[in-house]
Ligand binder design. Structure first.
Ligand code: ZN
Length: 59
């Protein structure tokens, strides 16, 4: 029997560099998921989550 496999060329070794510079969180100074070119205040996921909860409870 013949098992035919598609020959897939594996990509090169994945470079796990940091990539583009990320903007700092305006609250805790940790790197965010947003690029430095993002306008306005940037928040890290943690602070963004806290801010979202705060605004959601307002009223
Ligand atoms: Zn933060």
């Amino acid at each position: 029997m013949d098992d035919v496999y598609c020959e897939t060329t594996a990509p090169g070794p994945a470079t796990e560099d940091a990539g583009p510079p990320y903007a700092e969180c305006v609250l805790c100074r940790k790197p965010t998921e947003h690029p430095e070119s993002t306008k306005g205040s940037t928040l890290c996921p943690v602070c963004a989550w806290q801010e979202a909860g705060r605004t959601a409870c307002s009223g």
